[in-house]
Design a protein around this ligand. Sequence first.
Ligand SMILES: Cc1cc2nc3c(=O)[nH]c(=O)nc-3n(C[C@H](O)[C@H](O)[C@H](O)COP(=O)(O)OP(=O)(O)OC[C@H]3O[C@@H](n4cnc5c(N)ncnc54)[C@H](O)[C@@H]3O)c2cc1C
Length: 342
Amino acid sequence: MTEVLIAGGGVAGAATALALHRAGLAPVVYEAHASGGEDAGAFLTVMANGMAALAEIGAARAVTEASYPAAAVELFDAGGHHLEHRAIAGPARTLSRATLYRVLQDLAAARGIPVIHGKRLTAAAVTGGGVEVTFADGGRAQGSILVGADGLHSPTRRLIDRQAPGPRHTGQHVVYGYAPGNPAGGAPDAYHMVFGGRAFFGFTAPGDGRTWWFARLPGAPRPGGTTAAQWRELVLAAVRDDATPAAAIVAATGGDVVGGDSYDIPTTPHWHNDRMVLTGDAAHAASPAAAQGASMALEDAVALAAALREHREPAAAFAAYSATRRAQTEETVAASAAMGRR
Ligand SMILES: Cc1cc2nc3c(=O)[nH]c(=O)nc-3n(C[C@H](O)[C@H](O)[C@H](O)COP(=O)(O)OP(=O)(O)OC[C@H]3O[C@@H](n4cnc5c(N)ncnc54)[C@H](O)[C@@H]3O)c2cc1C
């Protein structure tokens, strides 16, 4: 069996491991964090295309059991007037990013795929018959190919192409929080979204006794070290004047808040060399507006496994894979950026 090194155990990395295992390859996942990943307190929705990809890798049931249905979006303006009801094409599921990581990594482990935490890839070199990677702890590993599923700030992207563009700041912050109860009385499978005066605010009360909320608000990148309380106050100030439940929800939130600056990657000219290939955010990060980042990463996993099954030579497989995925993912990143600006 061919050993495939996967850098990153997030959505793309864990899903790629499951997909490659199904294709008869022998993946090993190396995840930088001791557990979970950065920003894992955020939540997301896996859309119908992502759920279809999960079904292909035998993970749809486990994700469904760990998540909540998302069936509709109710849109409001800053005055609290209902603007529109939008059905979400199903099945679509809401869950925290950390839960999605855990479910996929647990499935990988249950199928005998090694998932090794605390291994941060720092370098990689193409050798005669494969690739050798180096980790921050000085350890090394050899395999036939390297899959860079190492997210927005992917080192693999720069190993493939030193000139690769970095992430682009979208001009927005994204903040997530969890408030106790369901003060707005929302239906469990609906998102309420508000085009507020100074922030785009969304919330859902999926049925775990809490209201899950997010806000996107304009702002320049903030220095590291912004605390949960500071993110909460920033959102509160932005939604305070809107005649919607947003301020009450944010005010009721304790320390369960995670915030950050929003980035995307409109295009990555080189997705691969002869032995290394990118998947997920490493190749094409979308801003959160279209809620497609995780679903695209899951689709990548299926497409990469199919290409490696079909083509003996990794370079041919990588070329086929990127030809299948590039146009669609770049379109989605652009569409999400446009939605975010609106
Ligand atoms: C705030 C926010 C909200 C979002 N909302 C949605 C949504 O509603 N729906 C949706 O579909 N998507 C959403 N997304 C996008 C989605 O989370 C990402 O697109 C998705 O997680 C991409 O998966 P990934 O595996 O490529 O990257 P990640 O999930 O970021 O995983 C990358 C992994 O690689 C690891 N890593 C990094 N560097 C190294 C290294 N050098 N060596 C080893 N491991 C490394 C990281 O620790 C991490 O575990 C959102 C993103 C953000 C930031």
